[in-house]
Design a protein around this ligand. Structure first.
Ligand SMILES: [Mn+2]
Length: 326
């Protein structure tokens, strides 16, 4: 029997026996988080679950807004109690951000995730780091319910997989990923429509901010390490949001010689979020764990309570061990 089956049976039971259900994911949501959370929300609605609450800490990036009914996402937690909390795509409780308190106000908790650094903080944990995305894992689970998967649910799952695999290009993409994607398309997903909304829709001010970030790229260690920053200055100048700037770290990784790319996001004077991407053999999740973060071998991150400038020095110094002299 599928080892997942016991957990899934328990998940079915909990969902069936719970009235008030809360769904949430990690802060500063990406496509996998938004897609998974909204897919589960729509699925539970389709099986007549009425009392549903969705929390996400952070704004929905502009390119997902046309696909998401934001009126169902609550922006503040007011101490409510829930029968059941389902946390998606969130490697540790800290990443729930301002909704962390909800965790201790739920009768039962379920965690569904694909981050290998996830240690399993819920009552039931379905964690599979072989999955390309939480969306792909959630799809496996939803398929085990004896209910049809509505087109809208399929579309959200598709968005989660599409974005977390970098359009089916990362090494986490498997034959199974493609087979499941084919099933999703048979359920009515319009891939070209989704592509236009998610990828071909950048407003000019966001592109200008992106150009500012790209023009700040610095290369070290014979171009093997590339780093830039998304500063509050850049965001203010271009009247845009941190969550709207996407793909900078992937752009740097696109440079032929680059082995590791890094983007520093300046949230506050002394709060910098670090995103790391690796091209080949360097496991950036191990490096991130040393700094209290986590993620995947080729995509990971952490936070530093220091300025962007100091964080940059620290990162460059950290990679000396891997790449030698500057
Ligand atoms: Mn993910």
């Amino acid at each position: 029997m599928n080892p997942l089956m016991n957990d899934v049976k328990e998940i079915f039971n909990l969902i069936n026996n719970s009235q008030k259900i809360c769904i949430t994911g990690h802060k500063a949501p990406d496509g996998d988080c938004i897609g998974s959370v909204m897919a589960l929300y729509e699925f539970l609605k389709s099986i007549n679950k009425k009392n549903l609450t969705v929390y996400i800490d952070g704004s929905i990036p502009f390119n997902y807004k046309p696909l998401v009914d934001e009126s169902v996402i609550a922006s503040e937690y007011e101490g409510e109690e829930f029968d059941l909390l389902v946390v998606l795509d969130c490697s540790d409780l800290g990443r729930l951000g301002k909704f962390m308190d909800v965790f201790s106000h739920a009768g039962k908790t379920i965690c569904i995730d694909h981050h290998k650094t996830n240690e399993g903080y819920a009552d039931i944990n379905v964690i599979d780091s072989s999955m390309s995305s939480t969306g792909e894992l959630l799809y496996d689970i939803l398929k085990m319910f004896d209910n049809e998967i509505p087109q809208q649910v399929a579309t959200f799952i598709y968005i989660a997989i599409l974005t977390d695999t970098g359009k089916f290009s990362y090494s986490s993409t498997t034959g199974d990923t493609h087979r499941k994607t084919a099933e999703l398309m048979d359920l009515g997903v319009d891939a070209s429509h989704v592509d236009n909304i998610v990828y071909n829709s950048k407003p000019a001010n966001v592109v200008k901010a992106y150009i500012d970030c790209i023009s700040g790229i610095e290369l070290y260690y014979k171009n093997k390490f590339g780093i830039t920053s998304i500063t509050r200055d850049i965001l203010e100048k271009n009247n845009t949001d941190m969550n709207d700037i996407d793909g900078v770290v992937e752009f740097i990784r696109g440079i032929k010689e680059v082995e590791v790319s890094c983007v520093l996001k300046e949230y506050e004077d002394c709060n910098t979020k670090v995103s790391l991407r690796s091209k080949n053999n360097i496991d950036v999740s191990k490096i991130s764990e040393k700094f209290g973060g986590g993620g995947h071998a080729k995509a990971a991150g952490f936070e530093i309570n220091d300025t962007v400038k100091n964080s940059k020095s620290l990162l460059v110094e950290t990679f000396k061990e891997y790449f030698g002299e500057k």
